[in-house]
Ligand binder design. Sequence first.
Ligand SMILES: [Zn+2]
Ligand SMILES: [Zn+2]
Ligand SMILES: [Zn+2]
Length: 243
Amino acid sequence: MSHDASTDSKVDENSSRRQEHFWPNVKAWLSGDRDSPAPIVRCPICVETEIFVFGIPKSSPDIERLEGCVFACGHIVCKPCEAELVETVLRNARAIRDDPGLEGQIDPEYRCPICRFVFDYGKPNECEHFIEPRLIWPSNRTESGDRDDHHNIPDYIINEHNRPDRCNQCENERRFQRVYRQLSSRPDLTPESVSMAMEAEEYRFQRRLARDWPLWGGWPEYFGPEGSLPDPAADARIDFEEL
Ligand SMILES: [Zn+2]
Ligand SMILES: [Zn+2]
Ligand SMILES: [Zn+2]
């Protein structure tokens, strides 16, 4: 279903600030496209709720803002509405399981309430994981004190045209098993070099994910800061492009 998010913007009556619930537009403003006044980020479901985005001022000093999250399609909702959505989906799925006659009457799909994009992966029966939303952390520091990356929640949007076949984790496992089978069957490789090569493969895979799927993959912490390690594939002397 096509959806032109840019037409969603409404201008707030009390200020010249436009109302926004589409992350790429919020991010464009945060990233320096500040010719216009800051957008007011408001939940499109409950409408009243303003969502905390670090770097974007409140619409008035006496209002409370709530945490929000960004769906894979780019739409932003407040955390309570997202939680309610998940509860409804689970409740509907249970109801249909108990009474198949309800199918078609209630919606068991975890989908965006704005554009109706379903947050699951492309291949039926292969990966049943959801495409999880990403929390907009309400500060520029995480709980552990690290610099938060929420300004860096990318504006990469998943839709019907580029929906991945399976989640990063499942894709990773599939590829890992395939490469492991191929390497283990090679007589010229010792178990040590296979395990070194597998580590290299994991590193390369994660680096690719972090580059291509930054929002829904991310850089795994166990590798340390991205780019801080030399690529171990260079030492493994195995050309993975051939695998
Ligand atoms: Zn809401
Ligand atoms: Zn959406
Ligand atoms: Zn999965």
